[in-house]
Write a protein that binds this ligand. Structure first.
Ligand code: FDA
Length: 410
């Protein structure tokens, strides 16, 4: 890392990026490589911890199939421009140039073969190519606007005072506070008159109310394939039972829609619908077994984990021999199996969330440059904005794309 220059005269930078995570480093590297003098300020002692722990330590750095349908935002079209100008192909090319080995997993997810550290080292090297300076760990104490054209912002920090023409806020979301997440970005937005869509934990395990938990908590650790739906969210992946409720990729995915149920366009439903027979027409299957003498729980155990099948039937008083149900009852059973309705009573919060839903309202930002329309020189990138990706490499792709867009403009 380039050492920070110490003379008072050199404490001016063309660009200061607050937050040296995924989006911040991408932006700083791009701006630096354009010949802009760039400083990254970060309060953490270790660089880019979120990248390091991502993807189980192998960083799911992008996805082969990225589009606006993979993102939630109050302003759903906003991310289209940046995503189309910096695609997964661009990032894959960067990864190749740095000699990082990677592999594809299901659903088009790309991971490092070795370690997420490879991505951190690559971004740090890209910043090095752009002669980016670092102040880290460094605490931001305040920001003031200045009248000068070159020095529009003056920053007071634990490393002294800095000024810059462009200020890029890349402080991320609130997930995992113990590794440095903070609300600083939202506070800066509010200081400059930008609205913030109320942040909520997303891609997060859900908790069940006590009466439901009493039925299912004994199943903690059990997982099986299911489809979960809430509002516009529809996913097929594994469902996992936990001591507090439900998790697994299908629940993490749909949790973002459950949390976004007050966003316009959704039905506002507090329920999640789970199809326990994702691969089969359950009505037909039940009809084929209508004469079976097996207890319904035992019959369902041919397709579902036995303990779950019995708990689910017992909770409904349905654990009788299958041939004792009449046609109407079998129809109700099929409907319930294809649309098991659960009403979570909360989430496990930011400590267990992967991302933050909401953030700086993008309606005040340029979708081309990420600059605040009413505050020339002020940019927001990455997760601090109200753009939240699905699980599967989409959040990093947004960090790269928005960082790239701002890096070309700041
Ligand atoms: P990021 O969080 O990366 O960086 C923000 C930076 O700002 C940090 O360096 C922080 O220290 C700094 N900062 C914060 N407050 C500050 C303050 N007050 N002063 C100074 N600096 C401050 N996504 C994905 O696509 N694929 C994946 O595999 C995963 N896996 C994953 C696992 C886990 C456990 C989590 C928690 C998250 C993921 N994600 C993910 C999400 C992904 O990590 C996240 O969306 C990006 O890191 C966001 O990039 P940003 O640069 O916006 O924020």
């Amino acid at each position: 890392m380039s050492a920070l220059p110490h003379s008072a005269a050199s404490r001016h930078f063309d660009v200061i990026v607050i937050g040296g995570g995924a989006a911040g480093m991408m932006c700083a590297a791009r701006a630096g490589q354009r010949g802009r003098s760039v400083l990254i300020i970060d309060h953490a002692t270790k660089l880019a911890e979120k990248i390091r722990i991502s993807g189980g330590g192998r960083c799911n750095f992008t996805n082969l199939d990225v589009g606006i349908a993979n993102y939630l935002s109050r302003n759903p079209q906003f991310c289209r421009s940046a995503l189309s100008r910096y695609t997964p192909g661009h990032f894959i090319e960067l990864v190749r140039r740095h000699g990082i080995a990677w592999h594809e997993r299901e659903h088009g997810q790309l991971f490092c073969d070795d370690s997420a550290q490879d991505i951190i080292d690559m971004l740090r090297a890209e910043c090095g190519d752009g002669h980016v300076s670092w102040a880290m760990p460094c605490k931001l104490e305040g920001i003031e606007r200045s009248d000068g054209d070159a020095a529009r912002f003056v920053l007071a920090t634990s490393h002294g005072q800095f000024s810059c023409q462009s200020l890029v806020v890349a402080t991320g979301g609130l997930a995992i506070p113990k590794i440095g997440a903070s609300p600083l970005g939202y506070k800066i937005a509010e200081q400059f008159g930008l609205a913030v869509v109320a942040p909520k934990p997303a891609l997060v395990p859900l908790t069940l109310p006590p009466e439901e938990l009493a039925i299912y908590k004994e199943l903690a650790g059990m997982a099986f394939d299911a489809i979960a739906e809430c509002g516009a969210g529809h996913f097929r992946e594994n469902l996992l039972f936990t001591h507090r409720g439900l998790s697994g990729p299908v629940i993490l995915q749909v949790s973002s829609y459950w949390q976004a149920r007050d966003y316009g366009g959704d039905d506002g439903s507090s329920q999640i619908t789970i199809n326990l027979f994702p691969a089969q027409d359950v009505r037909q299957w039940l009809a084929e077994h209508a004469r079976s003498k097996a207890l319904l729980g035992n019959l369902l155990a041919e397709r579902l984990p036995r303990r779950f099948a019995h708990a689910w039937c017992d909770a409904r008083n349905w654990n009788r021999p299958t041939n004792q149900f009449n046609g109407k009852e079998l129809d109700a059973i099929a409907t319930a199996l294809a649309g098991w309705r659960i009403s979570p009573d909360g989430t496990l919060g930011y400590a267990k969330a992967e991302v933050t839903l909401g953030g700086v309202d993008t309606r005040a930002l340029s979708s081309k440059t990420m600059e605040a329309r009413e505050v020339p020189g002020l940019f927001f990138i990455g997760e601090v904005m109200d753009v939240t990706g699905h699980l599967g490499g989409y959040n990093f792709q947004w960090a790269w794309a928005s960082g790239h867009a701002a890096g070309l403009a700041a």
